[in-house]
Design a protein around this ligand. Structure first.
Ligand code: CP
Ligand code: NVA
Length: 311
């Protein structure tokens, strides 16, 4: 599989086989790292890490993943560069493309990461925008594969803010890979119709289903229940409203029991606001897998850099 030179802006741009390849490459890099073996595939490569929004996992994953493979990461925080303030995105992209070999971007607009890719001429990786969080999905799917030994045919239910970057990206990834995916959310927080339609088309090809519902019974038979914060970065002002709307959608033991399966796992991209989207007891009961998922950010992000930029 040759992904050299490719950007990862959304999983829409990747075929099911390419997504599976990245997950399997990550599993391989993870196994090697556990044996103390790291690589050199990014030797001589300089990687810009642009963060308009804060980050723990994504920043650390790109930094350590890059250094493990012999590359040099450079963190560029929101007050460190001129991007979008004094200088257009197009110009910053052309400058960074002359100096760096790859660029990670986390921020608000999907349009910004797309412009960076268009104008820099080097691989650009989306480390989260308001719309999508594709590298997170690779970690989530690696975790599911570790737990169940497969992806296609699993039942995954996302509960909570059904129109945020996580819900959108899980829906895209699930449709591509053939996971039966459900968004359980109040109607006011359902994803955009056109994205649902696109994902249903992916799922039809892969032989799975996409369901958007506000019926709690939808968790029945779930292999995994996934949730995320009720207010994403930049939406802090909406907190009171969101808590009121989403309180019935909290992942608690009663909801977990509704799956009817003892082996249902709980996933969360983190950071978590315990007491809101998930209760402390459910979180702690499933914490081993949740932190596997967090660790897997590093192995999957490393795989993306190695596959698209590595020697
Ligand atoms: N899950 C995730 O992207 O975490 P950070 O915001 O800490 O990077
Ligand atoms: N939906 C969350 C994801 C954090 C990883 C946010 O955008 O803040």
């Amino acid at each position: 599989m040759n992904l050299k030179g490719r950007s990862l802006l959304t999983l829409k741009d990747f075929t099911p086989a390419e997504i599976e390849y990245l997950i399997d490459l990550a599993a391989d890099l993870k196994a090697k790292k556990k044996q103390g073996i790291t690589g050199n595939s990014l030797k001589g490569k300089n990687i810009a890490l642009i963060f308009e929004k804060p980050s723990t996992r994504t920043r650390c994953a790109f930094t350590v993943g890059c250094i493990d493979e012999g590359g040099h990461p450079e963190y560029l925080g929101k007050n460190d560069i001129q991007l979008g303030h004094k200088e257009s995105v197009e110009d910053t992209a052309r400058v960074l493309g002359r100096i760096f070999d790859g660029i990670e971007f986390r921020g608000f607009k999907q349009e910004t990461v797309e412009k960076l890719a268009k104008y820099s001429g080097v691989p650009v990786w989306n480390g989260l925008t308001d719309l999508y969080h594709p590298t997170q999905i690779l970690a989530d799917f690696l975790t599911l594969k570790e737990q169940f030994g497969k992806l296609a045919g699993l039942n995954l239910v996302f509960v909570g803010d059904g129109r945020n970057n996580m819900a959108n990206s899980l829906m895209i990834g699930s449709g591509k890979i053939g996971i039966n995916f459900t968004i359980l959310a109040p109607k006011s927080l359902w994803p955009k119709e056109d994205l649902v339609k696109t994902c249903k088309e992916y799922a039809a090809v892969a032989g799975s289903t996409i369901t958007i519902t506000d019926d709690m019974e939808a968790v029945k038979d779930a292999d995994a229940i996934y949730t995320d914060v009720w207010c994403s970065m930049g939406e802090e002002d909406l907190a009171a409203d969101r808590i009121a709307i989403l309180k019935p959608y909290q992942v608690n033991q009663t909801l977990m029991d509704k799956t009817g399966k003892k082996e249902t796992i709980f996933l969360h991209c983190l950071p978590a606001v315990k007491g809101n989207e998930v209760t402390e007891d459910v979180f702690e009961k499933h914490s081993k897998v949740v932190f596997d998922e967090a660790e897997n950010r590093m192995h999957t992000i490393k795989a993306v850099m190695v596959a698209t930029l590595g020697n």
